[in-house]
Design a protein around this ligand. Structure first.
Ligand SMILES: *Cc1c(COP(=O)(O)O)cnc(C)c1O
Length: 307
């Protein structure tokens, strides 16, 4: 049994009319944890359980940590999530609601992660939020479902943080002999570790994260994502926070689903008729979801971003 569900694939009339392409939405926001992360993390947790691991440890205060906590509850395996002080009360309570232990430690993610790693015992498994082949294999099931549905698009668009989703989708395309379908990657200015790497021809590290799309806030993409950007047909695009936030508000109006700005980055490329979409007749947008931002928070950020 999978811990993720087979998500709906629906056409977006509003986005099709705006872009002039046929836009399909793969609605990962409807996963039980509110994001695609449960695909890879659920699969990895099941594998670690099979290998006899007795505890799951994570240092993600975001959708990855929530997915680990959910997987642990489903598999009756205790979970410890170490998060930095900056983690919102909302995220902490979502993790606690899955009956995971939350330890708050350090000012930034680095310190929380160091403590998390130091807690690792022999029977524990560490769940990385994006850099684990088990995760990519799980994320790839998203493409298996598109194949089952029989919708072969001319491009797939998704958001990139550390690049786990990107690596998983490419794995899924390749294992279904769809390796000719290009991937359009979306990031926000301030989380654009992949776009800047492609521009500079080497895997770079951002000095800091300067965007509200914190779920995309990996200072460096994983090696696999960097390699794929050099070997797989990939088109990279970047939007500003204001565009990502606007996209969240419009998407809520159009499809009655609330997503994080991390997901809004992909949607914004469609709402803003970005040139990167031109020439593709049919596009699947991975509506990756995310549960860490409320609509009030999104409106507040957007008001600030407009100033
Ligand atoms: C984790 C996450 C991303 C980015 O995924 P990566 O695998 O880190 O590239 C995008 N959107 C949401 C909502 C996420 O939770």
């Amino acid at each position: 049994m999978n811990l993720h569900i087979h998500t709906p694939l629906i056409e977006s009339r509003p986005l099709s009319l705006i872009t002039g392409s046929q836009i399909w939405l793969k609605i990962e926001a409807l996963q039980p944890t509110g994001s695609f992360k449960i695909r890879g993390i659920g699969a990895a947790c099941q594998e670690y359980a099979r290998l006899g691991k007795r505890r799951f440890i994570s240092s993600s205060g975001g959708n990855a940590g929530i997915a680990v906590a959910y997987a642990g509850r489903c598999l009756s395996i205790p979970v410890t999530v170490v998060v930095p002080e900056t983690t919102t009360e909302r995220a902490r309570s979502l993790i606690k609601a899955e009956h995971a232990q939350v330890i708050v430690h350090g000012k930034a993610w680095d310190e929380a992660n160091t403590l998390a790693l130091s807690l690792m015992g022999e029977d524990d498994a560490f769940l990385h939020p994006f850099d684990d082949p088990l995760l990519w294999k799980g994320h790839a099931t998203l493409v298996d479902e598109l194949v089952t549905e029989g919708v072969k698009p001319d491009a797939i668009m998704l958001s990139v943080g550390g690049g786990g989703l990107y690596a998983g989708v490419v794995e899924g395309l390749r294992r279904n002999n769809w390796g000719d379908i290009p991937v359009i990657t979306a990031e926000t200015i301030g989380t654009d570790s992949l776009a800047q790497s492609i521009q500079q021809g080497k895997r770079i590290t951002l000095d800091s994260i300067t965007s509200i799309a914190t779920s995309l806030g990996a200072e460096q993409v994983c090696e696999q994502a960097w390699t794929l950007s050099q070997t797989y047909p990939t088109l990279s695009a970047v939007v500003n926070d204001h565009a990502a936030l606007n996209a969240c508000e419009h998407f809520l109006d159009d499809h009655r689903i609330l997503v994080e700005p991390a997901c809004g980055a992909s949607l914004a490329l469609a709402y803003e008729q970005a040139t990167v979409l031109q020439g593709f007749g049919t596009i699947v947008i991975v509506v990756c979801g995310g549960v860490t931002a409320s609509i009030d928070q999104i409106r507040k950020w957007n008001a600030a971003a407009m100033r």
